[in-house]
Design a protein around this ligand. Structure first.
Ligand code: MN
Length: 202
């Protein structure tokens, strides 16, 4: 069975983007619904219930046709949100020396990386996610959008950061001001977690 991950931050300590009541809905209702529906879709497939969700999603073409859409949507919702919570913190963090070196090489500065991620996130049409991923082939960081609950499907691209661009992620606090949400988001980003994910790729 899949379960909600434990949050590594205290929602009541966040000063921007989210608070306890928003997390009650976003994590407690939206994310929880993805987990419940994923388990329901897989109830007759115990071998899949014991697998890693990323492995299931990367091999979605081998899923039975009758459950494929439900698993892609709800499994993607579970994987993407679990990833998203991991890169949020209520503490002050900074990129590690190795990540800073890579960011400087590929984007000149952290500030410029943030500008480019924000600009890419502003182009998401409808619902989706904006990722920062490390390309194992050319050894560069790339900014990628995925639609709906799609994950990054290339195994050459290792995600190290993601922002939820579904309206439910920002509408309660920011209404249609997606740019304000994105600009505020940088102050709750967990650079320790992103650095660890990046260094796992090396
Ligand atoms: Mn969401």
């Amino acid at each position: 069975m899949f379960t909600l991950p434990k949050l590594l931050f205290n929602p009541s300590k966040l000063t921007v983007c989210m608070d306890e009541s928003i997390m009650d809905i976003h994590y407690g209702k939206h994310h929880n619904a993805y987990v419940t529906k994923l388990n329901a879709a897989l109830k007759d497939y115990p071998e899949l219930l014991n697998k890693n969700i990323l492995d299931i999603l990367l091999n979605k073409d081998s899923l039975p046709e009758s459950i494929k859409t439900a698993v892609v949507n709800n499994g993607g919702g579970h994987y993407n949100h679990s990833f998203f919570w991991e890169i949020i913190t209520d503490k002050k963090t900074d990129p590690s020396a190795k990540l800073l070196e890579q960011i400087t090489k590929d984007f000149n500065s952290v500030e410029n990386l943030q500008k480019e991620v924000t600009a890419k996130a502003m182009t998401v049409f409808g619902s989706g996610w904006t990722w920062l991923a490390y390309n194992l082939k050319n050894k560069k960081l790339e900014i990628i959008n995925t639609a709906n609950q799609d994950i990054i499907s290339s195994t050459d691209l290792k995600p190290i950061f993601v922002i939820d661009i579904w309206e439910h992620a920002y509408y309660v606090k920011y209404q249609n001001r997606r740019l304000d949400f994105l600009q505020d988001f940088w102050s709750i980003v967990n650079w320790d977690a992103i650095s660890a994910k990046f260094e796992d790729c090396l």
